[in-house]
Design a protein around this ligand. Structure first.
Ligand code: NAD
Length: 266
């Protein structure tokens, strides 16, 4: 079994990275940063997002597990005090794996320009670089609305607790193959009208966004931002690929939600 460890880069995460690496080598596991079977992320959810993008070309072969050196994360759910236990579990392979849906976003450009495909673990967002975003929203080939406002957030079920939640989106259990579209400050008056509620699309429905203004678009994919000129359309759907998490104990999603957002208050 081959492993890689990605650290957030702070002192605590780095020293935990060294410790885990030595433990795993003691168990005769092989350190391989190019083709790991398991990637251990040490830091927070942001570190796991980074790890996901580092190994995006081998999602079918690599499983992820997260250790948090700050507060409990959605992806980083092992505590530093549990790493000996985690190492023993990893060494006892084969381990079980749970798969979560991810988002595929294809950006197409005017005049047959290049097509760019992104995969997101949390979400993709679309904003205008100049003024309001004005964009036609099509669902499954049918015009749904013209959106005017700050932007749109298209999230995965596991990303529904991140940016999407801050926009008033629903929390979706990651066993549901879906994507969610949440509005950022839409303009609604007698002239302009959007639905105003988040939309949840099933796996077989495609969302197509077609800009109405010739402005550059800011497209974010998890923690990364890209600027696209001359965009003809942005297509979003549930990807064929999935992220695989190595699971060594039950940690139900709704408990994670409660522990992250409610627990200290009740
Ligand atoms: P970061 O390190 O600042 O992380 C942002 C926060 O989002 C952290 O508190 C992180 O733990 C949390 N987070 C990440 N994924 C999560 C998830 N699936 N569920 C619950 N919380 C989660 O920034 P980063 O590493 O660049 O992370 C990028 C993420 O930040 C984006 O994917 C987006 O979801 C989130 N974000 C949130 C807002 C907002 O809430 N208004 C705005 C921009 C980005």
């Amino acid at each position: 079994m081959k492993f890689a460890i990605i650290s957030r880069g702070d002192q605590i995460s780095n020293s935990l990275q060294m410790k885990m690496k030595n433990y795993l080598l003691d168990f005769d596991l092989v350190h391989d940063e190019q083709e790991p079977d398991i990637v251990i992320s040490i830091g927070g959810d942001g570190t796991l997002l980074y790890a996901f993008h580092q190994y995006i070309n081998r999602l079918d072969k690599t499983a992820f597990v997260g250790v948090h050196t700050g507060h409990l994360g959605f992806y980083a759910d092992w505590m530093p005090s549990e790493i000996e236990k985690l190492v023993i579990e990893i060494a006892k392979t084969p381990f079980s794996v749970v798969e979560y849906p991810i988002l595929e976003t294809i950006v197409r450009h005017i005049d047959g320009g290049q097509e760019v495909c992104y995969l997101a673990l949390n979400e993709a967002t679309v904003k205008s670089s100049d003024g309001s975003l004005v964009i036609d929203v099509e669902v499954k080939g049918q015009k749904f609305e013209t959106f005017r406002g700050d932007g749109l957030c298209i999230s995965t079920p596991s990303g529904s607790t991140a940016y999407n939640k801050a926009l008033g989106g629903a929390i979706i259990h990651p066993s549901i193959e879906a994507l969610q579209v949440a509005e950022m400050a839409s303009i609604n008056n007698r002239v302009f009208r959007t639905i105003g509620s988040p939309l949840i699309l099933p796996g077989h429905h495609t969302l197509m966004l077609k800009p109405k203004k010739e402005t550059d678009l800011l497209i974010t994919v998890d923690h990364k931002t890209f600027i696209h000129k001359d965009v003809k359309s942005i297509q979003c759907r549930v990807a064929d690929q999935k992220i695989r998490f190595a699971r060594f104990r039950p940690f139900p999603f709704w408990k994670r939600v409660r522990d992250s957002f409610i627990a200290d208050h009740n």
